[in-house]
Ligand binder design. Structure first.
Ligand code: KG4
Ligand code: ZN
Length: 342
């Protein structure tokens, strides 16, 4: 199998892509992302029902655009791939139902892809080779893992409370920034001094992450220094300091993991990997230690369907029409099993 039409609708981005998995490394022939941000901004966050409805409206156009941009027709496709979870269940079901219907009508196979595996496969666009250390940081997950082969991974650390993306979004909200907060905080922090405020760095031992204390520290800081966030320059420095505390945690544990595991390659994925400070700091930390950093372009870090194809290249396709019984899932089965054990 080589040319795949890929669909990703796990949250608020309606995405379709054409990926040639026969090429080495897999080649992204097109990638369309129809962001719904403006529809959710008035609510200050993603409204699941609104997301599902917008996916139904936007997906057909996104698929047509993905084929167009790739210069492909339906006859050129060897299969489809779709994100089946974790994510917003209604949103996932729209993508899955569409993928099933299109694959069934064309008598094509369908590959179900886990959203986390999609994010960690983004590094394959840059030619990373397993085994490698993977940091996947998004709005729902913060996962440090070793990718052993393909998209099979061993969990090394995860967040004990909020995800890194949630820490960005909650911090942004406290600073009065509009939704979606992570990117806004990144932009504001660009002109600030990251050493202006010392936020707590008390980290969980080992390779797990924790961000909820940091968010509380920002809340108290703003309460104790009323008026500071009103001045644009000071607000930028508070944002930069807060961002630095998140980035410190992510970068230090990721490079330490590579050293402990004796691995030389490090890849990142997930919306937080779009953060400009994280990208710079991780690249520098890897260079210092002689590690090779694979930092995909921003468009491959935030939700997109091309990464679904990159992951599908390493997964088994379900033959026509056996996939009709496939279901979507809201939470991560592998991580839930792990949580139950601990
Ligand atoms: O991977 P993603 O697009 O969707 C999920 O799977 O959650 O990640 C979204 C998260 C949000 O929390 C968003 O604020 C964060 O990624 N994000 C950023 C940046 N761009 C997106 N966080 C920090 N800096 C950015 N530039
Ligand atoms: Zn994501």
């Amino acid at each position: 199998m080589s040319v795949l039409l890929c669909i990703e609708t796990s949250c608020d981005d309606t995405s379709a892509a054409v990926v040639d998995t026969g090429a080495e490394p897999a080649a992204i022939r097109s990638s369309i992302v129809s962001s719904q941000h403006e529809f959710h901004a008035v609510f200050g966050g993603v409204v699941p029902e609104v997301a599902s409805r917008r996916h139904t409206e936007l997906l057909v156009g996104a698929v047509a655009d993905a084929l167009d941009e790739a210069g492909a027709t339906w006859d050129d496709l060897d299969g489809l791939a779709v994100t089946t979870g974790p994510g917003l269940i209604g949103a996932l079901l729209v993508g899955l139902a569409a993928a099933k219907a299109l694959a069934y009508a064309r008598r094509l196979p369908l590959t179900p892809v886990d959203h986390l595996q999609g994010h960690l496969a983004a590094g394959y666009a840059l030619g990373v080779e397993a085994p490698f250390v993977s940091l996947t940081a998004s709005g729902g997950h913060t996962l440090l893992s070793v990718v052993e082969r393909g998209v099979e991974f061993r969990v090394i650390g995860r967040t004990l409370d909020d995800a890194a993306g949630e820490a960005f979004d909650k911090g942004a909200r406290l600073l009065g920034l509009p939704y979606p907060g992570g990117r806004e905080l990144d932009l504001l922090a660009a002109t600030g001094d990251p050493a202006a405020v010392t936020f707590p760095r008390s980290l969980p031992r080992g390779f797990d992450f924790s961000f909820s204390g940091l968010k509380t520290a920002l809340l108290y800081y703003l309460r104790e220094h009323p008026g500071e966030a009103a001045g644009e320059a000071r607000r930028a420095s508070i944002a930069a300091s807060y961002q630095e505390a998140i980035v410190d945690q992510l970068v230090s544990k990721t490079v330490r993991c590579a050293e402990r595991e004796g691995l030389r390659r490090v890849a990142v994925g997930g919306g937080v990997a779009a953060n400009s400070r994280l990208r710079r700091r991780l690249a520098a930390a890897c260079e210092e230690r002689g590690l090779e950093a694979f930092i995909p372009p921003v468009a491959l870090c935030t939700d997109n369907a091309a990464m679904v194809g990159l992951a599908a290249a390493h997964l088994a396709a379900v033959p026509w029409p056996d996939y009709l019984g496939l279901d979507a899932y809201a939470s991560e089965p592998a991580l839930n099993a792990l949580r139950r054990r601990s």
